[in-house]
Design a protein around this ligand. Structure first.
Ligand code: ADP
Length: 536
């Protein structure tokens, strides 16, 4: 089976690998991936070497005889090899599902049960065992793929890959209690990359540090910006991102000129290593995404990096992202809210009010709807959720065209720019990670003896949000349960960023006069750390 997506004449490519490895965009000897290993050793993979790796992995995948369109779970951090593998999947007509090596077994099994992948891949030191027999397993490394359990060989049902096929599926928090698989086609990802590249954020001289993990599409954004611009990508190992000295060391040693990350990656660095941050002489650009940047922290960052071009990137996994807006540096004192700009070229954001009408007047709130060729195809095997996110174009419902209903509230300024004003639902961002409080509440409700549970994201004095859980147990369970057990129960099923920091065991959930859970009273309980309700 060697059906490879064809590269259209003239280069460019309608498939992820062909688009990103388009030789017209970069010279073979230029660095594509720059990695910092221990003891200051830097490993550089050139574009030519990356191409060779992609060829080798694609040939290995092909040799396994997996049917075109099958899914491959890629459990890895971002490295030159994992990047080559995701491009090889594209080349072999397979969709990749990036997952974190820290994903709890239970959650991985739930993804496997839903997505029914043909193959699971991890690096030689990966610790995952115990996957169902239906999934082939292999390790990847310098000598290619080492198969542990061969995937089922099937007669290919469909042999011609199509640009509307899934390029990848990213599983994110879902309200129903099971992760939601956002399916992105080659066509959508490339439409997004084209829109992003039109902003000319990078040049071939750039080295762009990706601080987000591979399973977060922000990392795929950075990879697309770097490779799409002929620049180099610097994957920062996840274990180092939250340690300011290590992060700054990697940035210095690799000569990073841009850093991409969620706003919270800067918090500790601003506090503990401002001089070292100021001394990074090659850093010119900072791009953040995933949540609002707290303005005091942003201003501190600007004071240390008055020369930096800082870009606020807004959007959701369902379209990878959708706007890029340069933040004035310095930010005038009068600014109280950052602009998220307008959609990238080729797309449009609209505001829609509660009656479904398009909001035309500046200053009036509405929910952002995104008209774009870069929209996801749907949620994997979840038509009901797909129908509620992909809705008829409010500008012309008769056309049959669908748009993304984002769940984000915004207002438009007089010059047409958008300003983010929170969510219409209980989705929150914890250090840039998307969390559906409903999913956490479902997990809490599964705790033996739980009779009620509420989760909240509470602001912290040092900035950012933290998850708190309020759980009512039966008297019997309550008497013998420590809050830490509830937390451990969550950690077995949920990724680390969804595990509540503070657990409060209560006799009952307070209610408002109309009988709803009184969230203000719960926040007060958390703020006061009341005796008998001490968090774990
Ligand atoms: P992504 O992977 O693109 O960061 P997620 O799907 O994890 O996105 O989360 C998307 C949500 O995060 C958005 O719907 C919005 O609520 C919030 N968000 C993303 N970027 C920004 C931003 N720059 N400013 C404010 N909120 C943001």
């Amino acid at each position: 089976m060697s059906q490879q997506p064809p590269v259209p004449a003239g280069g460019g490519g309608e498939f992820l690998h062909a688009f990103l490895l388009d030789p017209a965009r970069h010279s073979p000897g230029a660095p594509a991936v720059i990695e910092s290993a221990r003891a200051g050793r830097i490993t550089t993979t050139t574009y030519a070497e990356l191409g060779t790796l992609v060829d080798r992995y694609a040939a290995d995948l092909d040799a396994l005889g997996i049917e075109t369109g099958a899914r491959v779970v890629l459990e890895s951090g971002a490295t030159a090899h994992s990047l080559a593998l995701l491009l090889a999947c594209s080349r072999a007509g397979l969709a990749f599902i990036p997952v974190s090596p820290e994903i709890p077994q239970q959650r991985l099994l739930s993804i496997v049960a839903t997505a029914r992948p043909a193959l699971h891949l991890q690096p030689p030191d990966g610790a995952r065992t115990d996957l169902p027999d239906s999934v082939g397993t292999a390790r990847f490394g310098p000598t290619g793929l080492t198969v542990e359990r061969a995937p089922e060989r099937r007669t290919p049902r469909r042999r011609v890959p199509c640009a509307t096929d899934p390029a990848y599926i990213i599983f994110t928090s879902g309200t129903t209690g099971r992760p939601k698989g956002v399916v992105m086609s080659h066509r959508a990802v490339i439409a997004f990359y084209r829109g992003m590249l039109a902003h000319r954020i990078a040049t071939p001289e750039d080295r762009i540090a990706a601080t987000s993990p591979l399973h977060f599409d922000f990392c795929l954004l950075t990879i697309g910006l770097a490779l799409g611009s002929g620049a180099g990508v610097v994957p920062v190992p996840q274990g180092l991102v939250r340690w300011p000295r290590h992060l700054l060391r990697v940035l210095r040693e690799t000569g990073a000129t841009q850093v991409h990350g969620v706003p919270s990656i800067w918090r500790q660095t601003l506090r503990h290593e401002p001089e070292r941050l100021a001394a990074l002489d090659r850093l010119r650009g900072i791009l953040f995404c995933g949540e609002e940047f707290p303005l005091p922290e942003l201003r501190s960052l600007q004071r240390l990096r008055p020369d930096a071009r800082i870009i606020n990137c807004y959007g959701a996994t369902e379209s990878m992202a959708c706007s890029f807006k340069e933040v004035p540096n310095p930010l005038p004192d009068t600014v109280e809210r950052l602009s998220i700009g307008i959609a990238h070229p080729g797309a449009e954001m609209l505001l829609v009010d509660g009656d479904g009408a398009v909001v035309e007047k500046p200053g009036l709130p509405g929910e952002i709807h995104l008209r774009s060729p870069a929209l996801f195809s749907g949620y994997w095997d979840d038509p009901a959720a797909t129908r509620s996110a992909l809705v008829p174009d409010p500008l012309c419902p008769q056309s049959g065209q669908l748009v993304l209903r984002t769940g984000d509230l915004a207002v438009q300024g007089a010059n047409g720019e958008f300003f983010f004003h929170g969510r219409t639902d209980s989705q929150v961002q914890i250090n840039g990670n998307r969390v559906e409080l409903g999913e956490l509440e479902r997990q809490l409700a599964e705790f033996p003896g739980a009779t009620a549970a509420t989760a909240m994201a509470l602001p912290q004095p040092e900035g950012g949000l933290q998850l708190a859980a309020f759980v009512v147990l039966t008297a019997e369970e309550g008497a013998r349960t420590a809050p830490a057990e509830v937390r451990a129960f969550c950690a077995r099923a949920l990724p680390p960023y969804m595990v509540p920091q503070d657990i409060y065991l209560l006799d009952r959930l307070p209610t408002t006069t109309n009988g709803k859970v009184d969230r203000a009273a719960l926040a007060e309980t958390a703020g006061a750390g009341r005796p008998g309700t001490a968090p774990a």
